[in-house]
Design a protein around this ligand. Structure first.
Ligand code: CTP
Ligand code: MG
Length: 463
């Protein structure tokens, strides 16, 4: 019964997520035009062009209006030459479609464009002999294309789409540093390994962190030592040194396993679609109040830097602030980070935020004569000193009684000092220019839908 139900659910989901013939026709017509124009432009140079990723194998998700093309240069091309020519060619392509563009930066600068309503990245790369000889990460992609065209059976593209949707709708899709989840290529390899979405999730519902080793081409003979400490090891068949799942965090791994268990227990379409009801600020505030904790938000401006740099820096900074607060005896329950185009926010949840005027310090045993003298000399000036059992104890005035004051004190510094305190570099530069510490009410009052979701995700995090 359950089995039938599961099949029915997957069938219904597929009907909704497989792009219509009309949509596929429209996408492929734009891609075809761009590739043809590119061929024309690069022909005199003898370069080649490759379409990257999911469009080459029907694993793209409906409504996706972006694709990447890679211009392959001979390996002996100087880096500078590749970058200059790469941009030149990119701009020419965009111009012939009367599109718009900006230059963006990854391993090499590349053209990020808008052509006929699509976001098209035009990326230069090296045409290397094998994926083990790559000069930059993007050089691997043509080998992935080839491997998948051979090994991913056309009927499996539907299973890949199920897996991508399943992970995407539960915020587990993407190897970016915000998500730290499943990349498209990892989804494709998983489907090759387990044959179908259904079989994958039934296997994955028993996965344990660090125990799963996927080595499709048998390059390691089952020896997974090199990947110790990684949630999941999925060897890149075209470059065996690389773990395709390297970005997958333990938290996402655990959430995925749980999600598979939940889905098998109670198959439903809701696992594949975003929930409809909007998050309400008033409900979040009620929830926060019922916890009896204190929420503090540190808000500052965001510089024009990509998410993959911002998120790790935000997390590092949050961790540093938590450690500083703990040092001052403000117990911390957890934290969350958030960013939009203009601002960054670190949310801290505290168990303790008000402390008494005085603080207790435990000293050395009375039998340690020299240490005892030093202790008494130091603390006698500051307050009471006495002995409990065989140890000295002192009482001194507390410097910071309120957590928010300690935060303000810590952050009101120059960028240089903030960096020395362990605040990540872009964050330090922004905080030095100004920041605000907000309480839950203030946070929620001005929160947009995305921020409300971040707070809700934090409050509802539960495997
Ligand atoms: N790639 C990879 N590892 C990653 C991200 C990307 O190897 N962590 C390579 C793969 O060759 C992939 C290509 O870059 O096919 C394009 O990446 P991307 O567009 O991010 O993923 P797709 O597989 O195309 O999936 P999507 O449908 O989400 O675009
Ligand atoms: Mg893609």
């Amino acid at each position: 019964m359950q089995q039938k139900n599961l099949d029915l659910v997957l069938q219904k989901v597929l009907q909704k997520i497989i792009p219509s013939a009309q949509e596929a026709g429209a996408v492929h017509s734009v891609i075809g035009d761009v590739l043809a124009e590119t061929e024309k432009i690069i022909k005199p140079h003898g370069f080649s062009v490759v379409l990257a990723g999911s469009f080459t194998r029907n694993t793209w998700l409906s409504h996706k209006k972006e694709f990447d093309i890679f211009i392959q240069f001979p390996v002996e091309t100087e880096r500078e030459e590749l970058e200059k020519k790469g941009l030149e060619i990119g701009k020419r392509i965009v111009k012939s479609f009367k599109g718009s563009h900006v230059v963006a930066y990854a391993e090499h600068p590349y053209v990020k464009s808008k052509i006929n309503g699509y976001d098209v990245d035009i990326v230069p790369c090296y045409k290397v002999e094998s994926a083990e000889k790559i000069k930059s990460a993007v050089d691997r992609t043509p080998f992935h294309n080839k491997y998948l065209s051979k090994n991913l059976h056309p009927h499996q593209s539907a299973d890949v789409r199920l897996l991508k949707t399943f992970t995407k709708m539960n915020s587990l899709y993407g190897s970016d540093l915000k998500t730290q989840g499943f990349s498209g290529y990892l989804c494709e390899l998983l489907i090759i390994k387990y044959d179908s979405f259904k079989n994958l999730i039934s296997q994955a519902s028993n996965w344990l962190p660090g125990q799963v080793f996927i080595d499709l081409e048998g390059k390691y003979n089952g020896n997974k030592k090199e990947f110790w400490g990684q949630s999941l090891a999925a060897i890149d068949p075209v470059d065996p040194k690389r773990n395709v799942a390297a970005a997958l965090s333990p938290a996402v791994f655990v959430k995925f396993v749980k999600l598979c268990q939940n889905f098998l227990e109670n198959p439903s379409e809701k696992f594949f679609f975003k929930r409809e009801e909007k998050t309400k600020a008033a409900e979040l505030l009620k929830n926060i109040k019922s916890r009896g904790t204190l929420f503090l938000g540190v808000k500052f401006s965001r510089q024009e830097v990509v998410d993959d740099i911002i998120y790790p820096q935000l997390r590092k900074t949050a961790k540093r602030l938590l450690d500083i607060l703990k040092e001052y005896e403000f117990a911390v329950l957890g934290s969350a980070v958030h960013t939009d185009k203009k601002s960054c926010l670190i949310i801290l949840e505290l168990e303790t935020w008000n402390l008494p005027n005085i603080r207790r310090i435990t000293g050395p045993p009375v039998f340690a004569i020299k240490n005892s003298q030093e202790f008494v000399n130091k603390y006698k000036k500051l307050g009471r000193v006495w002995v409990e059992e065989d140890r000295w104890v002192a009482e001194v005035k507390r410097q910071f009684k309120e957590a928010d004051k300690k935060l303000v004190d810590t952050l009101s510094e120059s960028a240089k000092i903030l960096k020395a305190k362990g605040i990540a570099s872009y964050m330090a530069d922004s905080i030095a220019k100004g920041f605000k510490v907000l309480d839950a009410k203030q946070l929620l009052k001005t929160a947009d839908e995305e921020l409300l979701e971040t707070i809700r995700d934090y409050l509802e995090e539960n495997v």
